[in-house]
Design a binder for this molecule. Structure first.
Ligand SMILES: [Zn+2]
Length: 279
């Protein structure tokens, strides 16, 4: 797959007046790939179907980049459709970031067609990224859901757990949503206690990743084990174990912050510099 060369600057406004640039074509949670590309010239959209709506995403290498949602796209040779999860690890970080933003904004636009206060129609503002009610002027901005994600270490071992919906043999770091009224640190201690019954300390913030499933902002930490025996939380955690770093199970692919937290710990154990954080 051809990678874009690279620099993406998100837009702060909602609608692009200039039709030039690049478009991302989206329909029913999937992105169009044509001739090996996920970013297209605007002309391609015309062949594929009617535009339901378009939203400005930002600038990729100086070119405006828009999300275009199509209704009932034509079934043309050479066009395939791909969900974002299936593209993890298959596409470069910059493209993943742009598609992730596109997916989040599509969901936001789709769920804010009507005002939550008075029920009238809403429309995208031109001067900022907001939906505004035509009747009562309520504005709604895209929402993010902050989450903690934490790698817990105990000497040369790390704690990895699996949810009931993970594929067989696959384990990951612990994660959870920050609740109203709660600090990031309180959330981390609560989630670790709830999910595996452990106490941790020495919380170290390492970095963040926007995670568009559907709109999470993942705040990545490393924490050290203090006390407790693992008791998986019923319904949430199917299994959790301490894994020697030389014998890890199936872990998340590169490009995810959970994998990056693991890779950072491995790099430190080997005295290596930390790998770059995924976009
Ligand atoms: Zn209203």
């Amino acid at each position: 797959m051809r990678p874009p060369s690279g620099r993406f600057i998100p837009a702060s406004s909602g609608v692009e007046q200039n039709a030039d640039g690049l478009v991302i074509l989206y329909h029913q949670q999937s992105f169009a790939m044509y001739e090996g590309r996920l970013l297209h010239d605007p002309d391609v959209a015309r062949y594929l179907g009617d535009v339901e709506f378009a939203l400005m995403l930002g600038h990729l290498d100086g070119k405006p980049c828009q999300l275009v949602r199509l209704s009932q796209p034509a079934d043309l040779p050479g066009v395939s459709w791909h969900g974002l999860r299936g593209l993890i690890g298959q596409i470069d970080d910059v493209t993943f970031r742009v598609l992730g933003l596109a997916q989040q904004l599509d969901a936001w636009h789709d769920t804010h067609r009507f005002c939550g206060r008075c029920g009238q129609g809403m429309r995208a503002r031109v001067d900022e990224r907001a939906m505004e009610c035509e009747a009562c002027s309520l504005r709604q901005y895209p929402k993010l859901s902050p989450c903690i994600i934490v790698l817990i270490s105990r000497g040369d071992e790390i704690l990895l757990a699996r949810s009931p919906h993970f594929r067989a043999g696959f384990f990951s770091t612990l994660a959870g949503f920050i609740e109203p009224g709660e600090s990031v640190e309180e959330c981390l201690h609560r989630e670790v206690k709830e999910e595996v019954n452990l106490e941790v300390d020495q919380l170290e913030y390492l970095g963040s990743q926007n995670w568009p499933f559907p709109n999470s902002l993942m705040l990545g930490f490393h924490a050290r084990y203090v006390s407790g025996d693992i008791i998986p939380q019923p319904g949430e955690i199917e299994e959790a174990h301490w894994w020697p770093v030389s014998q890890l199970p199936g872990i998340p692919p590169r490009g995810t912050i959970s994998r990056w937290l693991i890779d950072c710990h491995l790099a430190r154990l080997e005295g290596q510099p930390l790998p770059p954080i995924p976009a």
